[in-house]
Design a protein around this ligand. Structure first.
Ligand code: NAP
Length: 308
């Protein structure tokens, strides 16, 4: 048995009766990632399943990119209801599902898989509505009123955030990404959207950020920077100012370097836990076609939500 009793791998799927098949309640939902051991989605969804009296359990599934597509029919055969996809699978998931919801197609990334009773595997994206809800609940602000910088806009979460900001017609949208080609592609995909936000792509340089940050209201870190000790700064910490709102998608460690630096600068900052909650609420509602038990989900994350 692994140290984490609900962490499984591709090879576990091939001998499920001896591995995940022994769980009670049965494993029917999973977060799929590489890495995935850090994911707190089970801590949020399992209390929700219990609160609703649903005989199912949510587990972690470590799949490498070359294992992802082959695992999907296995999960379907094992009776899974759905999955969440995290780094680095959100783009591959878009290609791997049978049907993509139009909102996820616009975002260009899938983070929620739904194994429908008719056999169709549907891909949706809960990062986009989850982000809007996070900004409203945590900062009491509407995205449309803000000038927003999105480092990591070329990644799965970043594309979702950029798309939803553009669709909401945010006052200004500034995108940047280590790999420029990826963010240029996201920016092109925003061109035809109805919101009409002024969108700029910045080079991934301190100089460009120093120029832009004074006019930015909200910084949304959509890179995975901060997860590993010694990671470079997402934006130079010396450029953070008290008027900034900072939303870090990263939640491991709970006090991320960006959140700590923003608070030191007098800014309001949150880690990725509220975003985890709200994107999870939408996913739960799509899987079960019923309101999510938000209090139970919050309870599962309690302490994490309250402590940082
Ligand atoms: P992804 O699609 O793999 O994107 C990763 C992003 O991070 C890309 O923009 C990538 O840039 C950038 N990046 C990685 N290493 C970097 C480095 N050393 N320097 C600069 N940029 C770097 O992953 P994702 O699904 O979007 O997730 C991104 C992060 O958000 C992860 O930490 C994930 O856990 C978190 N997240 C949290 C929530 C939540 O609910 N709190 C929801 C979604 C995502 P390149 O394009 O150059 O590779």
């Amino acid at each position: 048995m692994p140290a984490d009793p609900i962490l499984f791998t591709a090879s576990d799927l091939d001998r499920w009766e001896e591995t995940g098949g022994r769980l009670s309640p049965p494993a029917r939902l999973a977060v799929i990632g590489d890495p995935v051991a850090h994911s707190l989605s089970p801590e949020m969804h399992n209390p929700a399943l219990r609160a609703c009296g649903i005989d199912a359990q949510y587990v972690r599934l470590h799949l490498r990119p070359d294992e992802f597509c082959a695992a999907l029919p296995k999960l379907k055969a094992l009776g899974f209801i759905g999955c969440n996809c995290t780094i680095p699978h959100k783009f591959m998931a878009l290609e791997a599902v049978d049907e993509v919801h139009p909102a996820a197609r616009r975002v260009g990334a899938v983070n929620t898989l739904i194994f429908r009773p008719d056999g169709v595997l549907l891909g949706r994206n809960s990062d986009a509505p989850g982000f809007l809800r996070t900004v409203r609940e945590e900062f009491g602000r509407e995205v449309k009123d803000l000038r927003i910088l999105v480092p990591g806009a070329g990644g799965g979460a970043g594309a979702a955030v950029a798309t939803v900001c553009a669709m909401e017609g945010c006052r200004e949208l500034i995108l940047t990404n280590r790999t420029n080609a990826k963010v240029e592609q996201v920016a092109r995909s925003l061109a035809g959207l109805p919101g009409g936000s002024v969108t700029t792509v910045l080079p991934w340089t301190d100089e460009a950020l120093a120029d832009a940050l004074p006019r930015v209201d909200l910084i949304v870190n959509c890179t995975s920077l901060g997860m590993n000790p010694g990671d470079p700064e997402v934006v130079p910490h010396r450029l953070l100012q008290p008027h900034h709102l900072v939303c870090d998608m990263v939640y491991k460690p709970l006090l991320t370097p960006l959140v700590a630096a923003a608070r030191n600068a007098g800014a309001r900052a949150i880690n990725g836990i509220p975003m985890l909650l709200w994107q999870g609420v939408y996913a739960f509602e799509w899987w079960f076609d019923r309101p999510a038990p938000v209090a139970a989900m919050r309870g599962g994350l309690a302490g994490l939500l309250g402590s940082v």
